[in-house]
Design a protein around this ligand. Sequence first.
Ligand SMILES: C[S@@+](CC[C@H](N)C(=O)[O-])C[C@H]1O[C@@H](n2cnc3c(N)ncnc32)[C@H](O)[C@@H]1O
Length: 285
Amino acid sequence: MSETLTVLDVIKKSTDFLNGKGIENARFNAEWLIAAALDLDRMQLYMKFDRPLSDQELVDMRSNVVRRGKREPLQYIVGHTQFHDLQLKVDPRVLIPRPETEQLVELIKDSYMDSAPPARILDLGTGSGAIALGLAQIFPESVVVAVDASKEALEVAKENTSGNDLTTRVTLVLSSWYEQIDESERFDLIVSNPPYLTAEEMDTAEPEVKGHEPLNALVSAEAGMRDLFEIISGAKMRLNLGGSLWLETGIAQRQALLGSCSSAGFSNCEGIDDWSGRERFIRAQ
Ligand SMILES: C[S@@+](CC[C@H](N)C(=O)[O-])C[C@H]1O[C@@H](n2cnc3c(N)ncnc32)[C@H](O)[C@@H]1O
């Protein structure tokens, strides 16, 4: 007869296993993985510590834990992540949205505290749709055009758009940056978290990033700034008067990018740090 294991037993065993594999926050990971295997959310789990697992549930949980032990990202295994107030589906077709990007969305929200919200927003390199959907949720009157050059990423963004009931206000476009955006179109806000890592940074990235996340979402030429330069140089002519450009960037890129914003004709360009004091955002008006 096989041993009966409860939720708590499995959390403890999985935590030990993941600790042994060098996974940070092993207990947190174990709780997420078992919640996914049992189709519960993490809070419900705390009320079910004594619940025994069936043989099939144990098989599912073991498979989840083994995948995590091989450094597959937690979010790809459970199949979703939280971004702002949204639940987003994520899989290897898209980058997993980062906390810094949530901060970017918050900064943008705060910047409109005393002024009219942006009527038309362009999100360049939308991936899972995180920024586009986050802003559509924050600004209920705005319409958003969300662009990506990856057809696969747009399939995920499409599911997230309908999953969050935002299809009437968010339009997805397959395009390399501005290519498929009509030259006559104007926006009040252009935002982008484009690829900005150098090849060297990618080489030393965590196995979760290096082995699993899409390369074309991460790496850019010219010290990581080729895509940023392209986005900056095309932004001004597509912005309405008084409109702004917001960018998430790599950490050693601020001076070069501020220079590029000035050359592109923006009169007011500033760098903004993230919560941990790193140079991560640019705003240009
Ligand atoms: C760093 S990811 C950001 C994803 C998402 N916006 C987020 O913040 O989580 C960059 C995205 O840019 C897209 N991308 C890369 N090159 C592109 C290009 N030339 N034109 C449009 N999108 C591009 C990638 O497919 C990827 O989805």
